[in-house]
Design a protein around this ligand. Structure first.
Ligand code: AMP
Ligand code: MG
Length: 494
């Protein structure tokens, strides 16, 4: 890798010019590397020392276009809070190019916050250090939790202030994704009646993400089936860790099935299915428990774009789309129930398991119990019933509902094969102890933005890198927020 170059191979930039705009990132005055993800660097086959060198940092800041990079801003459309916008596009992001990682998988390398593009509309094309670090923290936490996600390779401050509510330090995130193709990318061409582009895009996606579809007599049907399945499983995984995306617009819904665009996202502390954090989601459209139905809605929009490809006859095409879309429910429920069983230490299947899990969740809602800690401590209780008290103590109200529930759970566990220690280990591998709790995230972002103190950010990132492994010294990261640090609203990354 000479002179901090990357072994680029840019398949998206070989698609027709109407898929993107070609332009370089806008240089910044004083780039400074504040975080480099060395493990991810190595996974991508890149040398961390070279990326951290002045030339490498210049590339990560958008000041230098490395050899082989063909920078482009991608065109896409999208439904934002239900309203269709025919042209969004990368308004503050530039795809530098693609590299093939050590697993042989193609990865986009994208700068976010790298200046204006033809898709910027009214925006400045920039990002503030807080939202950049939030995306870094939460995306890497999701990865460590085993949830499909875009990743964060680096964060660079620009030395330039940007204006939001007040003046904030500017920053650029380097994001890595299996692609940046969204439901909104298909909508962009569907809205223009550009069937040729739709076919090229679908073929590109099949080659890149779903090569098995190519072998089928109905490749576009298989494409739709696979995307429905991946999104259904993804949203189940979100629910199983208490994650709320916050802005599930169709432009933030990937075709790869990776979580993307960490804006006003957050993890719940106390369990409540109606939880909403995003300050811009005033109707609660994207509340925790609404996420499956919204994912389904987004996939219906995806299916509509595929109509011209699914069959020559329009009625036939519609019938195919209407056969595939309902498969969402089975994938979603299967993934959710399977995940809940693992969270409860159940490795055999019984009909009533779903109701058992739901009754615990209901008791948690009534008791305002901490979602993450209830499941984590249930793992301890699985090995040692005297630990029940530590779970019970998490129910701020009606703890007797937990008492009734735990007796039923024990009856159910009696029909499971493992011993207590084995069950505890299995449950701890399914129930994280460290999640990116909002109050911790806020403290880390404030220290970075207000005092250029990156130590809390580094500590938090390190804790979250092994979310299932309890370690001494990290107790504070497992704790729910004290009353005065509780976060009720999160603000968009823009
Ligand atoms: P998001 O809510 O981050 O998914 O962004 C929605 C759309 O707004 C995308 O097209 C973004 O590129 C664009 N956008 C967000 N923030 C900015 C900004 N500061 N400057 C230009 N475009 C932006
Ligand atoms: Mg977006």
């Amino acid at each position: 890798m000479a002179s901090a170059g990357l072994p680029f191979d840019n398949s998206y930039a070989r698609l027709p010019e109407r898929f993107y705009a070609r332009l370089a990132p806008t240089p910044v005055t004083a780039p400074r590397l504040v975080k480099l993800n060395e493990a991810l660097c190595r996974h991508l086959g890149l040398d961390p020392a070279e990326l951290a060198s002045p030339e490498g940092v210049a590339m990560l800041a958008g000041n230098r276009v490395a050899p082989g990079s063909e920078p482009i801003a991608l065109a896409y459309a999208g439904h934002q809070f239900g309203n269709f916008v025919p042209q969004l596009g990368d308004g503050r992001a530039i795809l530098l190019g693609e590299v093939v990682d050590s697993d042989g998988r193609r990865r986009d390398i994208q700068l976010k916050g790298s200046g204006r593009t033809p898709f910027s509309r009214g925006g400045d094309g920039r990002a503030a250090v807080g939202p950049v670090l939030r995306e870094y923290i939460v995306s890497e936490a999701m990865f460590a939790l085993g949830i499909p996600t875009t990743r964060s390779l680096a964060a660079v401050t620009t030395g330039e202030p940007i204006w939001r509510d007040g003046e904030l330090p500017g920053a650029v995130l380097t994001r890595v994704a299996s692609s940046h193709i969204r439901v909104g990318t298909f909508q962009f061409f569907a809205a223009r009646g550009d069937a040729e582009a739709l076919r090229l895009l679908a073929d590109h996606v099949i080659a890149r993400h779903y090569p098995e579809a190519k072998e089928s007599a109905e490749p576009y049907r298989v494409l739709f089936e696979r995307v429905v399945e991946r999104q259904a499983r993804l949203v189940a995984q979100w629910l199983l860790v208490g994650f709320i995306h916050g802005v599930m617009n169709t432009d933030n819904c990937t075709i790869s099935g990776e979580t993307i665009d960490y804006g006003p996202c957050a993890f719940m502390d106390a369990y409540n299915p109606e939880t909403v954090f995003s300050s811009i989601d005033q109707q609660g459209r994207y509340a925790y428990a609404h996420q499956p139905s919204i994912a389904h809605w987004n996939l219906a929009r995806f299916g509509e774009t595929l109509i011209p490809l699914l069959a020559e006859d329009g009625d036939k095409a519609l019938a195919i789309a209407n056969e595939v879309l309902p498969t969402f429910r089975g994938h979603y429920v299967g993934a959710l129930i399977g995940g809940l069983r693992r969270k409860l230490g159940l490795f055999t299947e019984e009909e009533a398991d779903g109701a058992l899990a739901q009754d615990l969740l209901n008791a948690m809602t009534d008791g305002r119990a901490d979602f993450t800690l209830v499941f984590r401590r249930l793992g301890d209780a699985a090995a040692d019933p005297s630990a029940d008290a530590s779970v019970r103590g998490l129910f701020q109200e009606k703890p007797e509902a937990f008492d009734a529930w735990v007796a039923r759970w024990r009856e159910r566990l009696a029909r499971e094969p493992q011993d207590g220690a084995g069950r505890r280990a299995a449950m701890h591998a399914a129930n994280p102890i460290y999640i990116p709790r909002n109050h911790r995230v806020e403290l880390a972002l404030a220290a970075a933005a207000e005092r250029e103190d990156y130590a809390p950010f580094e500590e938090l990132v390190a804790a979250l890198a092994k979310p299932f492994e309890e370690r001494p010294g990290l107790e504070a990261y497992a704790e729910p927020p004290p009353e005065d640090q509780r976060v009720y609203r999160t603000f968009c990354g823009t």
